[in-house]
Design a protein around this ligand. Structure first.
Ligand SMILES: [Zn+2]
Length: 382
């Protein structure tokens, strides 16, 4: 990819100009509504100012930095509150502690803070000082889905408004655009491979298998981000004795069993049989990148099928749907919201109780009883 793939010329020019200034430190706010994958933009921007061979107003895409940012394994980008459960005051304290050391480190460090619109006063106040004048080599990118954030924060950062791209800008057919919900990254990836997006009938079992795999995939990439691949190479022994490593292995095994047909880029058998998974981490990263779109497409197809077929299911099947959705999503409100959003979108002109289910979906954040919310949702989803 290239920064120019983002298509929005005005935005790209501003991002490039800013990166070219080669500032010692800085704080930014990226704002975009829920149709915009803000993290994706933040990472693209980070590549601009971190790339080892920035030239012709673009990152190179092939240096170690570019590659590791793409693989989510760049050790000096830290993503905070990725799951949008809220920025904890302890997170902020840790940032501040690290920041005190940062001028003595030669490397640039980027903090990406997700969900700033929901920042509590306590955390916001702690953050203010550090984002106003970050120490040398420290960069903050705050991500917000609303411009209605604490004014004292807004006045201390440079804001980039990121608009979702429309069908014309992305140069795709309407069906493709809606299939990927306008997600720029997914659409650009799809344009390279042009996979078939239609699918035959799927059983309930297959539907939930695909949905589950998508979440295993997300958790795995998140885990990789958390353990930070490069550090892991240096610190193999320590990592392998930690519980993370066991989860990591289980995830990989599970993914490999399902997607063995896409294994051409590396030796799957070796991966499966070798306990020293850390050694194969780069291969794993490559593999994950390769299967991303397949997994995403299957996930979307599965939700579409679930939405279309739901009213024809027998009551025993409906109970099963309820149970499986509970099992997968009770712990993750953000994913549940995305999942329900998709379900609503699929049938938005055909549901009698549209207003009601939107209301139920919107109450996720304030609702403690997620199990009841899910069954309530499906009661009206006919
Ligand atoms: Zn580069």
């Amino acid at each position: 990819m290239s920064i120019k793939d983002l298509k929005d010329t005005f935005l790209i020019d501003r991002l490039i100009n800013e990166a070219a200034k080669d500032k010692e430190s800085a704080s930014y706010l990226f704002y975009g509504d829920k149709r915009v994958d803000l993290l994706f933009y933040a990472l693209e921007f980070s590549k601009l100012f971190l790339c080892e061979n920035f030239k012709d107003n673009d990152y190179c895409g092939v240096c170690n930095v570019c590659k590791s940012v793409d693989n989510y394994s760049y050790p000096d980008i830290e993503i905070i509150n990725k799951d949008e459960q809220g920025v904890k005051i302890d997170d902020v304290r840790e940032i501040i502690l690290n920041a005190i050391e940062s001028p003595y480190k030669a490397k640039k460090k980027v903090y990406i803070l997700n969900g700033v619109e929901k920042l509590r006063k306590e955390s916001a106040n702690a953050l203010l000082k550090i984002i106003e004048e970050p120490p040398k080599n420290l960069y903050f990118i705050l991500l917000s889905k609303s411009l209605n954030i604490i004014p004292t924060i807004k006045s201390r950062v440079m804001t980039f408004v990121i608009k979702p791209l429309d069908i014309e800008a992305l140069e795709v057919e309407k069906e493709i655009y809606y299939f990927f919900d306008g997600n720029v990254k997914d659409i650009e990836l799809w344009k390279k491979k042009k996979q078939d997006l239609s699918c035959g009938q799927l059983s309930l079992e297959e539907i939930f298998r695909n949905i589950e795999v998508y979440y295993i995939y997300n958790e795995l990439t998140e885990l990789l981000m958390r353990v930070q691949a490069e550090k892991l190479f240096n610190d193999k022994k320590e990592f392998m004795s930690k519980p993370d490593f066991k989860i990591f292995k289980d995830y990989i095994k599970e993914l490999l069993e399902i997607y063995e047909d896409t294994e051409d880029s590396f030796d799957v058998e070796k991966l499966k049989n070798n306990d020293d998974f850390a050694l194969h981490l780069q291969a794993v990263n490559l593999y994950l990148k390769e299967i991303y779109l397949i997994i995403k497409i299957k996930y979307i197809q599965s939700i579409m099928m679930l939405g279309k077929n739901y009213k024809y299911y027998k009551s025993s099947e409906k109970i099963e749907v309820n149970q499986r959705v509970n099992d997968i999503f009770t712990k993750n409100k953000k994913d549940l919201k995305n999942f329900l959003d998709r379900l609503i979108f699929i049938k938005k002109n055909k549901i009698k109780n549209l207003k009601k289910i939107i209301e139920i979906k919107n109450s996720i954040d304030n609702n403690v009883n997620i199990r009841a919310l899910i069954s309530n949702f499906f009661m009206f989803y006919e």
